[in-house]
Write a protein that binds this ligand. Structure first.
Ligand code: NAP
Length: 260
């Protein structure tokens, strides 16, 4: 797929996994980049490897002052950003009452609050220009109850709903907004969440490449939601039409059998 749409993209969580995949894919198409994450050395190494102009912003998006630096960069009309990939995120696994509440709060602050503030900075600036794109990385975990990942699932339900609202509001102003809802993807995500994946079947996994490709293609076509991978699409279709009593029942059974 040729991507001729974007001159400069800002990607959060560009130091690994899906965010790094977006950086590499967009660089191939000649899109200049602004790479954001906490791991400065990884970002500098990636920037040095890429053949496009790549700025690095080392920022912990849980820190309001550091987040504000990224918001300001999105508003900078001297070096305009026409694509925001709102990707940084993490999850905490375990029974909610047994987990560290500060870590659970950080999930909300990063996956919801930081994503929302960055979308506001980018969306308002792009709407003034009458052009731009925002890709919010959500998850299939937000489509149904997620026992064992309750806060994470809820944070991604927010991202998917929020993105659809913005899609409707900003579309007429020339700004495309898409929620990308991957399923299990091979990145550092599960290790960071200390999630043992040994019981999960191979067919459930996707590599980063197809997830990134699906996201950019969907955004170009101005789709409100993109679910990459046939198995995730089947799951998403069922979850979106099934009554909530049924999705709760299924989630409970899967949890008891330790399948999620
Ligand atoms: N992998 C999956 O199975 C899967 C499935 C569905 C959705 N997703 C979503 O995909 C997105 C990317 O995750 P991934 O799978 O690529 O995981 P990953 O490899 O762990 O990457 C997460 C990225 O977020 C950055 N990050 C984490 N905390 C941050 C903070 N406080 N401030 C700034 N950056 C921060 C990390 O960089 P630093 O540590 O350098 O800051 C890293 O670049 C997330 O929103 C995740 O929820 C993942």
């Amino acid at each position: 797929m040729a991507l001729n749409n974007w001159n400069r993209a800002l990607i959060t969580g560009a130091s690994s996994g899906i965010g790094e995949g977006f950086a590499r894919r967009l660089a191939k198409e000649g899109t200049d980049l602004v790479l954001v994450a906490r791991s400065g050395e990884k970002l500098e190494a990636l920037a040095a490897e890429l053949s496009v102009e790549s700025e690095v912003i080392v920022a912990d998006l849980l820190d309001r002052e550091q987040l504000a630096v990224v918001e300001d960069r999105l508003r900078d009309n001297e070096r305009p950003i026409d694509l925001l990939v709102n990707n940084a995120g993490f999850g905490v696994v375990g029974d909610f009452v047994a987990t560290d509440i500060d870590a659970e709060t950080d999930v909300v602050m990063l996956n919801v609050v930081a994503l929302q503030r960055l979308a506001h900075a980018a969306g308002s600036t792009m709407a003034e220009r009458g052009r731009g794109s925002i890709l919010n990385v959500s998850s299939v975990a937000g489509l149904a109850p997620a026992p064992g990942w309750a806060t994470y699932g809820a944070s991604k339900a927010y991202v998917t709903s929020f993105s659809q609202g913005l899609h409707l509001e900003l579309g007429p102003l020339g700004v495309h907004v898409t929620a990308l809802c991957p399923g299990l993807t091979r990145t550092e995500f599960q290790e960071r969440a200390k999630y043992d994946t040994s019981h999960l079947s191979d067919f459930m996994w996707q590599e980063v490449g197809p997830v990134v490709e699906a996201g950019l293609k969907g955004l170009q076509k101005n789709k409100p939601i993109v679910v990459p991978g046939r198995h995730n699409q089947v799951y998403s279709s069922v979850a979106s039409v099934a009554p909530s009593s049924l999705t709760r029942l299924a989630a409970n059974v899967l949890r008891k059998r330790e399948m999620i």
